[in-house]
Design a protein. Sequence first.
Length: 130
Amino acid sequence: MRIEALLLIGVAVFFGITGAVYWFTSYEDAGFVMLVGTVLLGLLPGSYYLWWSTKMKPRPEDLPDATVASGSGVIGAFPSSSVWPFVLGMGLFLCALSAVFGWWLFAPGIALVISAATGYTVESRRGGTV
């Protein structure tokens, strides 16, 4: 995780320098605030990863003499193709559209969300299509 941490901290440093140059050349508030937000978006996870890299043992991909076989593990079961994620997306889409076109769209949207959650749960426990 140390490589990922250094990459994100490097992004934060780059955008920090860019933000300082931007502020002193343009004196524009909105762009500077967005660049400060970008610095924080790189610094926050980067410092967290750096902290965790000191607390945990190195992963196989962090070792310099690692092979592909050392990083392989147990392969679990993958879900089969299903229509339920699409139904869930359409239900959430209808719920979002209800704020624009009227609250009458919220009821069918919630019905689709509940049916998709139920159908996907039943399908995943049964191991086949519903």
